[in-house]
Ligand binder design. Structure first.
Ligand code: MLC
Ligand code: AMP
Length: 493
């Protein structure tokens, strides 16, 4: 395999990374500076079995991940807001040898036992290494893991998804072909850097092309407008972000001009409602391009630029990706009629290599070399894929984060004020789905408050996994075997 980041080799003065809301900020590095800094860190971590990266939305995270890729050391990105139980699970499961963080970061006590290497910073700015040559990474086995990204399932704690260098490179190169993505592109985004959307597409993508990443630090409508107006050519976001942009469009001329001026507006990680598509198209004349992916598969399909958006339509398979629909009994469906629903299965060089330490889960996820996505879809006569739902009702997509109902139920049951708990997702105009907790209190006279339960879940798991609504019941509806009947929960309102 040739170099993962060809642009690092020429060490040019072209900008590579800009982090933060202000135009000239602490987190700006040219390709030359990134090359020296990452090469010097790569030399220090070479030979480590795995490194954990405290994945703050800063240039430090990008430098740490690039260094690990140059050294051939797999990275476990950690959500800097991770709760104690989730962190303990990830550390025990992935056994990193080292923690890479910024000198200013204060990771929780659970990480104190891990040797720590700081990405050199001064007052928040990265100090570029004076000299270091980029190691040749062409000889590193393309099948070796580049990243181990934790993702929720319907039950149990999150699983570590092993993403090889081959899978990451193949998916990024397929997107480059579909979107005509080049070194001239400046990508603006504000995605978290512990999921594949923000880290793989949003950081490794531009760096592999030799273009620029402009990360806003945190999402804001004004930040997106500023980032695009200052030369951004592409915007990546989850539907919640596009919903908030659509809400702000009327009366915000600067935002309209900024979105209209971008070459490509891309949405993914969850469905973008047609209403938001329409509001953005009406105000800016631009259509948002949807692409469909998954942590395990990276990117599978995309609408091609200029394609007409239809709700749930995620375009056609990317180059190299085979996609089929399969019915309940495992038969492959040949229909392109916009009606016949089947589970999406995919195969191709973009697929993950398995779940860390979970051979049974890995085996169950595949049918031969086809990966079962759990997403349900139909195919239109022109080959476009329209997602219509998910097989598992116990998976919730909120703000673009995938969250398993089971992990939240277990966390709720650990609260002394909770006797029984069930978790569901309900439609939410901003988040797509909102996490709803149904709770039978231990003491009906003194039920724990909603904010208290939200804090409890945020502290154990992560803030984005907290219930946004708590409803109290005297008992959960159950069948004769004692299984909770979520469909029998009272309707909202
Ligand atoms: C709130 N906060 C709490 C809290 N309540 N912290 C601790 N305890 C509590 N009880 C804090 C949060 O940490 C955060 O801090 C702030 O309050 C708001 O948090 P939030 O409610 O989660 O933010 P929200 O408004 O919901 O954020 C919307 C969002 C975010 C869109 C910005 O959900 C987001 O970044 N989503 C992206 C998800 C993503 O990248 N998915 C890709 C998965 S990969 P602060 O300081 O931040 O304000 C994938 C594959 C593919 O799906 O196809 O891409
Ligand atoms: P994750 O496991 O967090 O990587 O989330 C992957 C899931 O996000 C997929 O299985 C889909 O259900 C969903 N998803 C990703 N992109 C889209 C999209 N464009 N439209 C609808 N759902 C999407």
């Amino acid at each position: 395999m040739s170099a993962f980041f060809p642009a690092l080799r020429d060490g040019s003065a072209r900008p590579a990374l800009r982090f933060g809301a202000a135009p000239a900020t602490a987190g700006t590095l040219t390709y030359g500076e990134l090359a020296r800094t990452a090469a010097s860190l790569a030399a220090r971590i070479a030979g480590a079995r795995r490194v954990a990266v405290w994945a703050t939305p800063t240039a430090r995270t990008a430098v740490a991940v690039v260094a690990a890729l140059l050294a051939g050391v797999p990275v476990v990105p950690l959500n800097p807001r991770v709760g104690e139980r989730e962190l303990a699970h990830i550390l025990a499961d992935s056994e990193p040898a080292l923690l890479l963080a910024g000198a200013e970061d204060e990771p929780p006590a659970a990480l104190a036992g891990l040797p720590r290497l700081d990405v050199e910073t001064e007052g928040g700015s990265i100090v570029p290494a004076p000299e270091a040559s980029v190691p040749g990474d062409g000889g590193i086995d393309p099948e070796s893991p580049a990243l181990i990204v934790y993702t929720s399932g319907t039950t149990g704690p999150p699983k570590g998804v092993l993403l090889s260098r081959r899978a990451v490179a193949a998916s990024l190169d397929a997107l480059a072909g579909a979107w005509a993505w080049t070194a001239d592109d400046v990508l603006v985004h504000a995605l978290p850097l512990f999921h594949v959307h923000g880290l793989v597409l949003g950081v490794l993508g531009p760096l592999r092309r030799g273009g620029e990443v402009r990360h806003l630090g945190a999402f804001s409508v004004e930040g997106v407008a500023r980032g695009l107006e200052a030369g951004g050519t592409m915007l990546f976001g989850v539907p919640t972000m596009y919903h908030r942009l659509a809400d702000a469009l009327s009366g915000d001329g600067a935002l309209v001009r900024a979105l209209a001026g971008a070459r490509l507006l891309v949405s993914g990680s969850a469905a973008l409602p047609v209403h938001d598509h329409e509001r953005i198209a009406a105000a800016t004349g631009r259509t948002v391009v949807e692409r469909y992916g998954m942590t395990e598969t990276l990117m599978n399909t995309s609408v091609r630029p200029g394609g007409r958006p239809r709700p749930g339509t995620v375009g056609t398979p990317l180059p190299g990706v085979d996609l089929r629909l399969v019915d309940e009994d495992g038969s492959v469906l040949g229909a392109y009629d916009g009606e016949t629903v089947g589970e999406v299965q995919v195969r191709g060089p973009n697929l993950f290599s398995g779940y860390l330490n979970r051979p049974e889960a890995t085996a169950a996820a595949f049918d031969g070399d086809w990966f079962r996505t759990g997403d349900m879809a139909v195919r239109e006569s022109d080959g476009t894929v329209r997602l219509v739902g998910r097989k598992a009702t116990d998976l919730i997509k909120s703000g673009g984060h995938k969250i398993g109902a089971g992990e939240i139920e277990n966390a709720l049951l650990d609260h002394p004020g909770v006797r029984e708990a069930a978790v569901t997702g309900e439609p939410d105009p901003d988040l797509g789905e909102r996490i709803v907790a149904w709770v039978v209190p231990a003491d009906a006279a003194r039920p724990p408050g909603g904010a208290e339960l939200a804090d409890h879940v945020a502290g154990l798991l992560a803030p984005h996994k907290r219930p946004r609504t708590v409803r109290y019941l005297d008992a959960l509806p159950r069948n004769d075997l004692g299984k909770v009947l979520k469909k029998a929960l009272p309707p909202a309102g």
